[in-house]
Design a binder for this molecule. Structure first.
Ligand code: 2P0
Length: 351
């Protein structure tokens, strides 16, 4: 892949044509959550987190250099991005240009299959795909760790979507210099044996969230008296989860994931003013998950910055869990996901 980047960009320059690259990435769901930053500009988190990349809702992004253009042009599903979303993509391109020593603007077209802004990690797949496509188009030669660091600058959770399967994002050191903090904050794959997990996703509301996760995190860190306690307990959760993954104990993984997520939401509920992502249907699904466990089916819930619930279970139970969840929220959409692949370049070319 790397040598192809070089060959293509050289060839494009020789022809006087613009380089382009297309990449695909998948969302991930954190089982140990990222909630709270040390450094907003560098996106250095306060805690380590651990996730599972999914095999559904891929994002495909094409970056084409536009040597004649004065501005970047960015579309999402064919519609020009505006406001904060546009600003974040352009800031990310600036970072890539700075590293590549390039002044060329770009045309960025993204096709998202995940509902944007609904707590289903569209920014994770989005910035992972953009990191891979933009670095290739601008001729940067980055390994997976460097791509993870770069994707992190777009959106923290994107650092994990660079990898397939389970991924651990190291927060890095809070006391380090900016350069050291940047170097130390990246994700890496967590090799796990034959664990065969599924995530049953109950989309109870696919609309955009009431408070962005960025703002909600900031408010939680600044005002919630519960935040520090959760950050401390999250360290223990992570250690226990790594041990549970190591011994291929999905039930322990699920128990730890559920308590870590509920703890994160408790910190938000105690923020001032409170951040409450739960909807009535969220609680209905949580009740149904508890009931499944009482009936003997291991199933564990996790929720992100939105009302939707993701239920971790054994692959062989996924159909039954999905049916139970569907019965609980007949107006919702229920999907079954499994472990998904790493972000990858689809192709790169001069036109
Ligand atoms: C996570 N979430 O670990 C947590 C749990 C939501 C709840 O990562 O500000 O969109 O762009 O770094 O990555 C959502 O946060 O936030 C998120 P920024 P991001 O998946």
């Amino acid at each position: 892949m790397r040598s192809e980047h070089r060959v293509t960009s050289v060839r494009s320059q020789e022809r006087g044509t613009a380089a382009s690259a297309t990449a695909v990435a998948h969302p991930n769901i954190a089982l140990i959550k990222y909630w709270g930053k040390h450094d907003e500009r560098l996106v250095i988190p306060r805690t380590d987190s651990l996730s599972l990349t999914l095999d559904i809702f891929p994002t495909t992004t094409r970056v084409q250099l536009a040597p004649e253009a004065q501005h970047d042009a960015v579309t999402l599903d064919g519609v020009p991005l505006r406001g904060e979303a546009q600003r974040r993509v352009i800031a990310f391109l600036e970072l890539v240009r700075e590293r590549a020593g390039s002044l060329q603007r770009a045309v960025v077209d993204t096709e998202n299959t995940v509902p944007t802004g609904a707590g289903l990690a569209s920014s994770a797949s989005g910035f992972a795909a953009l990191a891979v496509a933009a670095s290739a188009a601008y001729g940067l030669d980055l390994d997976a760790t460097a791509l993870s660091r770069l994707a992190r600058r777009g959106s923290g959770s994107a650092s994990r979507s660079v990898f397939g399967g389970f991924a651990l994002w190291h927060a890095g050191s809070a006391t380090a210099t900016a350069a050291e903090a940047d170097l130390g904050s990246y994700a890496e794959p967590v090799p796990v044996g034959d664990i065969d997990p599924a995530l049953v996703i109950a989309v109870v509301n696919a609309g955009p969230k009431s408070v962005s996760s960025r703002e909600a995190m900031r408010r939680t860190v600044d005002t919630s008296p519960l935040y520090e306690a959760w950050a401390v307990s999250s360290k223990d959760d992570l250690n226990e989860m790594r041990a549970a993954l190591h011994r291929v104990d999905l039930d322990a993984v699920g128990e730890i994931a559920e308590r870590n997520a509920l703890g994160m939401h408790a910190t938000m509920l105690a923020a001032r003013p409170a951040v409450r992502y739960f909807a009535p249907a969220t609680l209905t699904v949580l009740d149904r998950v508890q009931q499944l466990r009482r009936e003997g089916t291991p199933a564990y819930a996790t929720m992100d910055a939105g009302p939707n619930v993701k239920v971790l279970c054994h692959r062989q139970d996924a159909g039954r869990v999905a049916e139970a969840v569907r019965g609980a929220v007949p107006d919702g959409t229920v999907l079954i996901a499994g472990p998904g692949p790493a972000a990858r370049l689809l192709h790169e070319d001069g036109p």
